[in-house]
Design a protein around this ligand. Sequence first.
Ligand code: NDP
Length: 246
Amino acid sequence: TLPFGGKIALVTGGSRGIGAAIVRRLAHDGATVAFTYASSEALAGALVDEIKAAGGRALAIRADSADVVALRQAVDEVAQLQGRLDILVNNAGLLTHGLVDDYPLETFDRMVAVNVRAAFAAVQAALPHMGRGGRVITTGSVAANRTAFPGASVYSMTKGAVAAMTRGMAIDLAPRGITVNAIQPGPTATDMVPTDPAVLTRLMTLMPIGRLGKDSEIASLVAYLAGPEAGFITGACLTIDGGYTA
Ligand code: NDP
């Protein structure tokens, strides 16, 4: 039997990168997996087709996380499939760099809306559908603990907020048997990693393991936290960074 057979999961921001790897992994392990995306319609469709061709169950929903109404609708739509939601992965995230001097406050607001507010709102929307054994996992970042490059104050702030929010929600939901955790990846090979060779070279000097993380490695940690063996882990922010913050 598959680890997540009969389970239903929602992953926000599942069309590319780490989110897509999480979708693949949970579906491979037997879950019915719905995921949201903001604009990558073709990639989202291709991922659903790939999972279905492999015998899995997947559903893509366009829902910009900054649009709380659309996000709530997505949560409700997924919960209706099986009358409940077992696993919520708040993964959608945005990274816009900029020095403090001229960082547009509109961008600040959008970063907070997608990286923080949407995660909180998705949990709120999911709770009526989530029972004992429920799992909430949010993709934070090592940026919550270490900001090694200029221009990252807002991104780091949002990930620090994810960490603190995770601790608070974990205490709120512990009596209901729902665990709440964050994962804190270090630099991982996705579209989010800078392509500038000079930045990449500097980044590599900060990576004891000497390479970027793989999206599938991040997904493995999410699969562990989502599974029954992780029932005693809650309120944790688990670093997975190849030694970047060591
Ligand atoms: P990508 O840019 O590769 O993918 C981002 C995903 O999130 C896409 O599926 C994208 O959808 C979706 N997304 C972005 N904005 C929204 C939105 N407003 N509403 C709904 N979906 C949205 O990033 P990563 O995979 O690298 O990042 C995933 C998470 O991991 C983020 O939270 C990020 O902060 C975090 N992280 C990444 C690290 C890294 O080094 N890569 C390190 C630490 C943390 P669409 O395709 O439609 O745009």
